[in-house]
Design a protein around this ligand. Structure first.
Ligand code: GLU
Ligand code: ZN
Length: 297
């Protein structure tokens, strides 16, 4: 019944770069080495941050690289009714409340830590007129949320003090990543989430929402992320280069090497089928370095 199901969930904010390739390769091999399913989900929830054509570009690049996904690609932009249904469930149980605080105001009034601004609960007990423009926040609580990451080990966070009540629907009407990812991972029966360690500290929020919505919690495996010499994550903002479409073996071999798999040089001469066969057969998650970041330049 519970067949291993993994997924790759890129946001179409630009073409794939080496950093996103690592998450794709790690989640793919973790699934395929266990005869599991691997799904592709486009997290196109935030049009202002997206680049026209990036979603198609990502899909084509993945195809050229020889990734094969099961089922159809899910596009989050088409799933508003599912997210609304989850919000209704939260509303009925009084787990969410409207918040009219502006980001600007919070920047002066809220404390911040490594995870971002800690919402100080200003609107928690107010009776806002819901016709005013507002965000929806979920009430956090003081219980520690603890989980064991397959690679990073035990991780614990107290939402009330470390994050505060967090947004599930934004003022501009967009659903938050936290809400969408939880609804979709459950709907797609994902059994293990493999992604970059930059999202490790988001996981307790997601587990909290799963509990509030009565959804199962998948396993988690947070891979080290690639950073540049300034220790910045490779991203569009740090001008990470798109991965080239010709000769995928080279980038793929580098990704395997980043993930500690000691790929032999001969792989560069394999065709893509043979390459993936080697990668799947020899995948060993115990060899992945358990760091949060690895410098690649
Ligand atoms: N869409 C997110 C990103 O590109 C990843 C979400 C996830 O894997 O949970 O960073
Ligand atoms: Zn507020």
């Amino acid at each position: 019944m519970n067949r291993y199901t993994g997924r790759f969930a890129p946001s179409p904010t630009g073409p794939l770069h080496f950093g996103s390739l690592i998450a794709a390769v790690g989640s793919y091999l973790q699934a395929r080495s266990q005869q599991g399913l691997w799904l592709l989900r486009m997290e196109d929830l935030d049009p202002p941050r997206e680049i026209p054509g990036a979603a198609d570009d990502i899909v084509e690049t993945l195809e050229i690289y020889g990734f094969q996904w099961d089922s159809e690609i899910i596009y989050q932009s088409t799933r508003a009714s599912h997210y609304e249904a989850a919000l209704d469930q939260l509303r009925h149980r009084n787990h969410v409340y409207p918040c009219t605080c502006s980001r600007k105001m919070l920047q002066t009034r809220a404390k911040r830590n490594d995870h971002g601004l800690i919402y100080p609960g200003l609107c928690r007990d107010k009776q806002h007129d819901t016709r005013l423009e507002h965000a929806l926040r979920v009430r956090s609580d003081a219980a520690d949320i603890t989980f064991t990451d397959q690679l990073q080990g035990r991780y614990s966070q107290q939402l009330a003090t470390e994050v505060g009540d967090f947004i599930v629907k934004r003022r501009d009407g967009m659903f938050s990543y936290q809400l969408a990812v939880v609804v979709d991972d459950a709907e797609q029966n994902v059994t293990e989430v493999v992604r970059g360690a930059d999202l490790l500290d988001n996981t307790p929020r997601q587990i909290y929402l799963q509990r509030r919505l009565g959804l199962p919690t998948p396993g988690y495996l947070h891979l080290p992320i690639a950073v540049n010499v300034q220790d910045q994550k490779l991203s569009k903002q740090t001008l990470a280069q798109p991965i080239p479409r010709h000769y995928p073996q080279q980038q793929l071999r580098q990704a395997l090497s980043f993930l500690g798999q000691n790929p032999p040089l001969e792989l560069l001469e394999y065709n893509l089928d043979e390459f993936w066969k080697w990668a799947i057969t020899n995948w060993n998650m115990n060899k992945i370095p358990g760091n949060l970041t690895i410098r690649i330049q």
